[in-house]
Design a protein around this ligand. Sequence first.
Ligand SMILES: *Cc1c(COP(=O)(O)O)cnc(C)c1O
Length: 470
Amino acid sequence: MSFKSDLDIVSSALEKYYDESVSGEKVTINQLPLKKIIKDLNLAYYIKNGNLTGENLSIFIQKYLEVTTRLHSQNFLAHQIAVPHFSGALGSLTDGFTNNIKAIYELGPGSTSIDYFLINWFLDKIGWNKAPTDMNIEDNFGKFGGGIFTHGGSLANLTALITARTKAVSDIWESGSPENLAILTPHSIHYSIERAAGILGIGQNSIYYLNSDSNGSIIPDEIEVTYNRVIKDNKIPIALIANGGCTAVGRYDPLEEIGLYCNDKKLWFHVDGAHGGSVLLSEKYKYLLNGISRADSVTWDAHKLLRTPSLCTALLFKNHIYIDHAFKQEASYLFHDREQPGVDFANRTVECSSSGLGLKFFMVLGAMGEDGLSKYIDRQIQLTYEAYEYIKATPGFKCAVEPQNNILCFRVEGNDKLQLNIRDKLISEGTYYISSTLFKGVRYLRLAIMNPDSNMENIHQLIERIKELK
Ligand SMILES: *Cc1c(COP(=O)(O)O)cnc(C)c1O
């Protein structure tokens, strides 16, 4: 094995890739046909002959990098995916090399300890009690939070609803699921919630959509109307799910008032902060999540606004007992009777083997420091606000709502088809990569300003180009 020399090949290629992406020398997006990519990368050849090392590796990696979408380009303005800090990528590499899964402590003491420590870091940010690191917890059992890292926010949302369901129907693991479970949520919720409801056997007809205002945010005073409808229909509401930053336009539901309502009704309150939870790191913007500590569970992705390579999600609970009970009623706690120096996370998750997710995030947090990440978040939101002011003032352009984080939706005068045509043209040119979304039934062009190097100049040029294309 020539690990060091192959590593040098890969790292040199990545360095060149990064420089070309940042300088704009290469287009941001270049979607060649699948058939051509399979052929050009010589995939079948290597499967037959092996030897993907040395010079072959060098050729392969360079060709591969040519068919990637370049998140490191300043004109990558499309999706809520982290532009990964290189330290996070080194975390991925180290995790891949050591392959220490953390279902059970003995298979990954280091990765489990980092996860445990980071879960406490997240709990503290939300305003919940941290779990003790000594194993003697008899005295304050049930008085602290808990969590688990999952492969993505979608799986975290599913796990949160599984947990809420177990809490609502205590014999579910023995008797199966009743047919009359329901959830309450706004239309602006991420589709993973609807999908989770489907997986759990809660049909579409048992998703009760909450009334929302012109920004798409829940109207707290009108929750009661929907709640009463659930009860009148003889359904058991297992959870209310709100946005800690919605996907389409980034707006935050009023968590304090919603939380008060749920706490009063003893209704499970889940906050989907997959993207927007990270503003808790910002002194300036954390007010957007006021009331989040009233939640029972929170989903928070590090691979969105925390510069961490995908996937890395923290799923957090106000009380560790919820998640320790989630997958069976006869609880098997993290801290069990077996003599061992650490904890097993296996009981808290759908997954069996799971990679060292915390390590990737920790290496970013360690490299940038909390302060560095907080400045990054402030910068992205500030820039988004400037872009909003600029686009709003540009004749022929209209924004969907005032932004609250780094997501901004706008459209040009004309119908929905025009918006899609503009995006298609931009993408086929390749310089600018933006997304699009439906908001309240209307098609918008959408920016998620994730790249730490993007600036107003990129926005000005993008808008100029859109004017020429329309
Ligand atoms: C991205 C996102 C999700 C899904 O998370 P994945 O990590 O992509 O599975 C869920 N909810 C919100 C609000 C998101 O932004």
